[in-house]
Design a protein around this ligand. Structure first.
Ligand code: NAP
Length: 277
């Protein structure tokens, strides 16, 4: 692509109409007066392997990736960052000028930056974290918690074997706790993170007993629809510091935006409002 072309980026998924990423990126493009467009791209599963490499020919400089392609794109990319390899999934692609596709995962970065921005005095090394869930998001969360020095991660998941797989992949700092015992380990936690889809609009409500949440600890829900989940509402009532999931969505978008459009965007109340509108 010649440098005079207007850069295009987008989010690839199936379905994709629900994605908030276009609101985020197009808000920043307007805010900073940049040239560029960011669009939702719905690709059928049987076409993803053929279509992905062709996006660069159409003028795309990169793309975010969402359900169900975060793992699929790892087989198509030519270069994969260490953190994407560790997590086993990518959410950010760069279509390089030499034709190669570069895959990265910025979910863990977004997760950590969101907590740091909301709770600036967070000391990750101060004590254990409890993580609910062992899906794709949990892998990014656990990798980054280990990276910032959280000493112990108590991991609990409805399907125990998935949690055990994560412990095998990430090592002994991860301890598996029975799903039915999840409420009992909360009193040991300095940080509690929900990475399950429980509490999401239209999904089952989180039913883990929350009496063990101590005042002053940090409780983060990755679910951002609704913004104030039952977990966060209860945590707030118990005097915890709450962190919603929208901030992670915004922060994980920062590295891709900077790479594609040449400006590092700021995550603030205005972009939150633009996404919630
Ligand atoms: P995933 O790979 O499909 O994993 C889903 C997780 O939820 C698994 O641990 C699953 O447990 C658990 N779960 C689902 N239904 C359950 C139920 N009825 N009871 C108990 N556990 C249940 O999905 P994901 O990609 O990790 O995403 C998980 C959540 O994180 C979604 O709500 C997603 O929107 C959110 N997320 C937010 C951000 C953000 O930027 N804020 C980023 C990524 C993801 P089993 O293993 O037992 O099935």
């Amino acid at each position: 692509m010649s440098d005079s072309k207007i850069p295009l980026a987008g989010v690839i998924g199936h379905p994709i109409a629900h994605s908030k990423s276009p609101n985020v990126h197009n808000y920043w493009i307007r805010k900073y007066g940049l040239k560029g467009h960011y669009v939702p791209i719905d690709i059928d599963p049987e076409k993803i392997k053929d279509m992905l490499p062709r996006l660069a020919d159409l003028g795309f400089v990169g793309a975010n990736v969402t359900i169900p392609y975060k793992e699929t794109v790892m087989d198509i990319a030519d270069l994969i960052t260490d953190r994407a390899t560790l997590i086993g999934a990518a959410n950010t692609l760069i279509f390089r000028k030499d034709g190669r596709i570069h895959a990265d995962n910025t979910d863990g970065y977004g997760f950590i930056e969101n907590i740091r921005q909301t709770v600036p005095d967070w000391t990750p090394t101060s004590g254990p974290a409890v993580v609910f869930g062992a899906g794709g998001a949990a892998r990014a969360v656990i990798a980054s918690l280990i990276d910032v020095g959280v000493p112990t991660i108590m991991l609990t998941n409805r399907t125990r074997i998935r949690a055990e797989k994560l412990r095998d992949d990430f090592g002994q700092r991860v301890q598996v706790v029975e799903w039915v015992q999840a409420g009992n380990v909360l009193e040991d936690a300095d940080l509690v993170v929900n990475t399950t889809s429980l509490g999401m609009t239209g999904k089952t409500e989180m039913r883990v007993p929350l009496d063990g949440l101590r005042p002053g600890i940090i409780v983060n829900d990755l679910v951002y629809s609704p913004l104030r989940t039952r977990l966060l509402a209860t945590a707030e009532e118990r005097g915890c510091k709450t962190v919603d999931g929208l901030g992670m969505l915004l922060h994980q978008a920062v590295p891709g935006f900077e790479r594609w459009f040449g400006k590092r965007p700021v995550v603030d109340e205005n972009v939150r409002a633009a996404v919630l509108r």
